[in-house]
Design a protein around this ligand. Structure first.
Ligand code: AMP
Length: 218
């Protein structure tokens, strides 16, 4: 299946994407993770995008598209993928449709994770992320790790993403409303969108997403 996951920052996209990708045996492709890996490794791309990520803005489409298309062309994505954080605006959505169309493919579903806005700010400002795997996330109040600063899953170091600070979160939310939300209507016109209420325990949200996908496949 070819799936896109959308939702505001803090909706639980990374967590759900990792769980769903495993259940569906497709790769989880997160453009945010790809950018962060480039920054960590000090590549040219990483240097180009570092300050944009720090400020919570969007990386130019040209750069993002080239990176996403290259990742989607790897053999593990031949039979499907779950995109997390891409596309993030109408131009990227259209470009994705074009790339898939040229390969005789199309999206199967767009899962829209819905969470109230004040919850999103609380979730992100307290979020701590594992340096080894960004789907391993904790929270200073709601989901404390057994040992402070250490990931329960893999022992990695927990840190606060620079773009998870409150002022940056508010900016990212504004960018989400302005740039990303319109893609939901764009994909809705193609009959692809399933809206998933995401203010619920992780397993429940995964269950709702899987149910929505099997309904669409039926
Ligand atoms: P995320 O991990 O999805 O929250 O992404 C972190 C940051 O990476 C975003 O705030 C953007 O700066 C950048 N980014 C990720 N995906 C995209 C995209 N599709 N287009 C532009 N910028 C992106």
């Amino acid at each position: 299946m070819r799936i896109v996951l959308v939702g505001p920052p803090g909706a639980g996209k990374g967590t759900q994407a990792a769980l769903l990708a495993e259940r569906l045996s497709i790769p989880h492709i997160s453009t945010g993770d790809l950018f962060r890996a480039n920054i960590r490794q000090g590549t040219d791309l990483g240097r180009q995008v570092e300050s944009i990520l720090r400020e919570g803005g969007l990386v130019p489409d040209e750069i993002t598209l080239a990176m996403a298309v290259e990742r989607m062309a790897l053999p593990d994505a031949e039979n499907g993928f779950l995109l997390d954080g891409f596309p993030r605006n109408i131009a990227q959505a259209k470009a994705l449709d074009d790339v898939l169309g040229e390969a005789g493919q199309r999206l199967d579903a767009v899962l829209d994770l819905e969470v109230p806005e004040d919850e999103v700010v609380k979730r992100i400002a307290g979020r701590r992320t594992c340096r080894n795997d960004s789907s391993h996330t904790f929270h200073v109040a709601y989901k404390q790790p057994r040992r402070e600063g250490v990931c329960d899953v893999c022992g990695g170091e927990l840190y606060q993403r620079e773009d998870d600070r409150e002022e940056t979160v508010r900016h990212r939310l504004a960018v989400y409303h302005e740039e990303t939300e319109p893609i939901i209507d764009y994909f809705r016109e193609q009959g692809l969108v399933a809206t998933i209420p995401a203010l619920a325990p992780v397993d429940e949200v995964t269950g709702r997403a899987l149910a929505a996908l099997s309904e669409r496949a039926a």
